[in-house]
Ligand binder design. Structure first.
Ligand SMILES: Cc1cc2nc3c(=O)[nH]c(=O)nc-3n(C[C@H](O)[C@H](O)[C@H](O)COP(=O)(O)O)c2cc1C
Length: 510
């Protein structure tokens, strides 16, 4: 197998086809489901729950006595508690009739499987010992995993990213593959990356409210960072590092625009599951690139604006979403909608949702990792003031370009594996990318970047829809080639993620 092409091979091999679904979706072995929580046996646990922004502690059911905001340098324990809570803390408990329960989190996750773990690294502060901590969402605490200042290592392994040196706090996301692979098998890696993007969406959005600037980093030497966190290679892996300085940092794009090293030399065993072959094959292996360095600069994201420019252009204008009161309140309310009514919402509401989806507080665009390659299509099914049909969305000029008109609810129902959610949605936002083009710049790692970017935008679409009292849900399972056919796209343009938007059942708008 050509490991240079593992991302393309993986994508092809993990496509869903109606004729193969019986093989691809095997019966679940409930006894083998991994726990969504990681246990750390450490003496040092820091309870963050007194600072929860809630009246009742969701873990004990007891009232929370408000604690006065303590002094802390350079941030308080309260700020860290809220940051982690709104990033992916437990925001709801779902009780099943059999007495079991599911702790639901701030960010959505495919299948309710929660494969992503969060670690924080801190140094030089008055609230915590220097070290690396695992965020234990099941009781909202930090477990000290390793004591010490690891900044030299983080800086080195992240290719001297400018934001790390200026930060005293890093948030690291890792994935425990089997939590998702247990149900989704090889296709799990796609969903794990999307989940990670959603979590980053909460983190990046909420961080500004606590005075942090966020710099998500996707380029690092995987095995060195994994070792720093003592992750079990093959079972888990780091997917992102976010530096959170409290002053803005100048990041030189030229320094970060191309992979620092060849990904082709990585030894990947053909015996590994495909998921692992892609994870390894998209890893960066060494600090110094001995192969000819890529010097190509990715095309400007402006290229995305030029697509379908000759088609009918509809300028979308809507009120910017008013986040007075804080985005945290919306994160608390966020849940994935389980059924839509099939009714419409307005073109202005769609405009506001898309505008927020693409405008990031920390950068001019929401595409964190591969800013030039993610393309957005909107399938309009019931939007007041818009003809039904397939549109391209130009995110900077905020134009919808009608590719062709038509009523495609039956097709959306079908390609989303017969989910009524898709049929009854008012609109579907579909993210796609020309994978080969993205791989020219980022190698196999493009696959990670594109999916994390799509998840990140997906979370922003979630938050803005919820704020407008609309319903929203991600869809990670679809018949890939059927989506291409509907959008009129060649198969080189891969389908990455679908976000459904609509009027939720059981919620009367005020
Ligand atoms: C990547 C991703 C894919 C998802 N795919 C589907 C899907 O195909 N169908 C569906 O009904 N929900 C889907 N969901 C929603 C999850 O089922 C939901 O997030 C999870 O049950 C947790 O519930 P919550 O979002 O309300 O917290 C998806 C969510 C994510 C993040």
């Amino acid at each position: 197998m050509d490991q240079k092409q593992i991302a393309a091979i993986y994508h092809q091999e993990t496509k869903y086809y109606e004729t193969k679904m019986a093989d691809q979706q095997k019966p679940l072995n409930w006894d083998a489901q991994p726990s969504p929580f990681k246990a750390y046996h450490t003496e040092k646990k820091i309870d963050l729950s007194p600072y929860l922004p809630l009246r009742t502690n969701p873990f004990t059911g007891k009232p929370i006595e408000p604690v006065p905001e303590e002094k802390g340098y350079p941030f308080t324990l309260g700020a860290l508690s809220r940051l982690l809570y709104f990033t992916n803390g437990v925001t709801g408990i779902l009780q099943y009739p059999n007495g079991e329960s599911l702790a639901m989190r701030a960010a959505p996750t495919a299948g309710g499987l929660y494969p992503v773990e969060i670690y924080v690294a801190v140094r030089n502060n008055s609230v915590l010992e220097d070290g690396i901590y695992n965020f234990q969402s099941n009781d909202h605490s930090l477990a000290l995993a390793w004591e010490g200042d690891f900044w030299t290592e983080f800086e080195k392994y992240c290719f001297d990213h400018e934001a790390i040196a200026s930060s005293k706090l890093l948030v690291i996301t890792t994935a425990v593959f089997q939590r998702s692979a247990w149900r989704y098998h090889e296709r799990a890696y796609r969903r794990i990356l999307l989940d990670t993007g959603h979590i980053l969406g909460n983190l990046v959005t909420y961080a500004t409210e606590e005075g942090f600037y966020s710099y998500p980093i996707g380029e690092f030497v995987d095995h060195l960072l994994n070792r720093l966190l003592f992750l079990e290679e093959g079972l888990e892996g780091i997917l992102s590092v976010v530096a959170l300085p409290q002053t803005p940092v100048h990041v030189d794009p030229a320094h970060h625009q191309a992979p620092h090293c060849s990904q082709a030399e990585i030894e990947v065993s053909g015996l590994d599951p495909l998921l692992l072959q892609l994870h390894k094959g998209s890893s960066i292996q060494q600090l110094i690139d001995e192969s000819p360095r890529k010097t190509q600069t990715p095309p400007s994201p402006d290229a995305l604006e030029k697509k379908y420019a000759l088609k009918e252009n509809i300028l979308l204008t809507g009120e910017p979403i008013d986040w007075a009161g804080g985005v945290g309140q919306t994160i608390l309310l966020r849940r994935s909608t389980r059924a839509f009514t099939g009714e419409s919402f307005s073109r202005e509401e769609l405009a506001s949702i898309l505008e927020y989806g693409y405008a990031s507080p920390s950068s001019s665009r929401s595409l964190l990792f591969a800013p030039s390659f993610l393309e957005t299509y909107v399938l309009v099914q019931h939007i007041d003031g818009l003809e039904k049909g397939v549109y391209y969305y130009a995110p900077v000029t905020r134009e919808l370009r009608l590719i062709y008109a038509g009523d495609f609810e039956n097709q959306s129902w079908h390609f989303c594996l017969g989910q009524e959610l898709a049929r009854d949605a008012a609109a579907l936002v579909i993210h796609t990318s020309h994978l080969e083009n993205a791989m020219k710049y980022y190698g196999n790692r493009a696959y990670r970047y594109l999916h994390m970017d799509a998840g990140h935008i997906g979370e922003r679409l979630n938050l803005s829809a919820i704020k407008l009292e609309l319903g929203v849900s991600g869809i990670g399972g679809f018949y890939d080639d059927e989506v291409n056919a509907l959008l009129g796209l060649p198969l080189e343009q891969i389908i990455i993620y679908i976000t459904t938007l609509g009027q939720p059942h059981g919620l009367h708008r005020s």
